[in-house]
Structure formats: C-alpha cells, structure tokens
Design a protein around this ligand. Structure first.
Ligand code: GDP
Ligand code: MG
Length: 163
C-alpha cells in the first residue's frame, strides 16, 4: 500500500493549494472561497520520485464556532491517526496564531512525528514569521510557497526521510 501524507493546520494556511500541487491538477473540488474545503479529500500525490496518498483536511463549513472547532478537530485527528507523515502548515506571513498553537498542542499530544511547513514564504518580510516557528515546539519549519512551487526540494527531503 502507498504511504499516506496528511495536510493539517488551521483554515487558510494553504493546505488545499499544497494538496493540488502534490496531486498535480486543479481539482474542481476546491471551493471558490479561499480557505474553505467542504470535505476531506484524498488524492494520489507525487513529489519527485516519491508517490503517496495525500489527505487534505477540511476547514470551515458552518458559522457556529463550536461546531467548526469540533469538525476541524475530528477530521484532523482522523487524518493524523491514518497518516505515515503529517505536514503541519502555517502561514509564514501571519506568523504563529493562537489557533496554530492550539492545533499544534493537540497534535503533539497525539505523539506523532510532524513536519512543520511555513507556507506563503514567497512573500516579502516573512523572516519574522519563519522565526516564530519555534513557538510550536515542532522543530524548524520548511519554508515553502504552495502557490508558487517554492521549497519543494526541501519538502521532498523531509518526506523522503519520513516515509
Ligand atoms: P486551506 O484553507 O488551508 O486549504 O488554504 P487554501 O489552500 O484554500 O488557501 C488559502 C488562501 O491562501 C488562498 O487564497 C490561496 O490562494 C492562498 N495561498 C495558498 N498558498 C499560498 C502561497 O504559497 N502563497 C500565497 N501568497 N498565498 C497562498
Ligand atoms: Mg482547504
């Protein structure tokens, strides 16, 4: 069976954009609204000579914050349990937010190996946001731009080691 890579993180950090890049096509399933993924999606991912199943976890679906949190948490936990490698994304432009911290604490309690990914790193002035990675206690971040395809060689190295 193929190994499984789960993309996790708060809404809007670029999980679906990275999913599309790893799967290699623009899927119609991506919602028009940025930051919104209605269902958990699974696809055949590829990076260099690595092939794997990639799981994109959902974000917003309902306005009720309790329900939202519950859904995000349940989906994320399922994806994490099933995964051989976990990519935890955050937005390097925004830096570490309380929600990032919340999710990373949850994942750390699950005692799984996590690859920390700082997305949107093509933007100017992300150095501070990259430095903030230490706040999560998940090690150094791999700086990528899912949208522009930057940092994929470093991501490859990390995945090759993890899978
Ligand atoms: P998700 O909610 O985590 O799945 O995030 P999305 O993939 O839907 O992306 C949220 C927003 O961030 C969208 O407007 C994307 O176009 C944008 N985005 C994703 N990756 C990048 C990136 O590498 N750089 C920049 N500047 N924007 C990005
Ligand atoms: Mg999404």
């Amino acid at each position: 069976a193929q190994p499984t890579v789960a993309l996790v993180g708060r809404p809007n950090v670029g999980k679906s954009t990275l999913f599309n890049r790893l799967v290699g096509k623009k899927l119609a399933l991506v919602d028009d609204t940025p930051g919104v993924t209605r269902d958990r999606r699974v696809g055949n991912g590829r990076l260099g000579d690595l092939t794997f199943q990639v799981i994109d976890t959902a974000g917003l679906e309902e306005a009720n914050p309790d329900s939202l949190e519950g859904r995000m948490r349940a989906q994320t936990e399922t994806a994490i349990r099933d995964a051989d490698a976990i990519l935890f994304l955050y937005d390097a432009r925004a830096g570490i937010t309380p929600l990032d911290k919340h999710f990373s604490d949850m994942i750390r309690r699950m005692d799984r190996e996590v690859i920390l990914v700082a997305n949107k790193a093509e933007a100017r002035g992300v150095e501070a946001g990259l430095m903030e990675a230490y706040e999560l206690g998940l090690g150094e971040a791999i700086a990528v731009s899912a949208e522009h395809g930057q940092g994929m060689a470093d991501l490859y190295d990390a995945l090759r080691e993890a899978l």
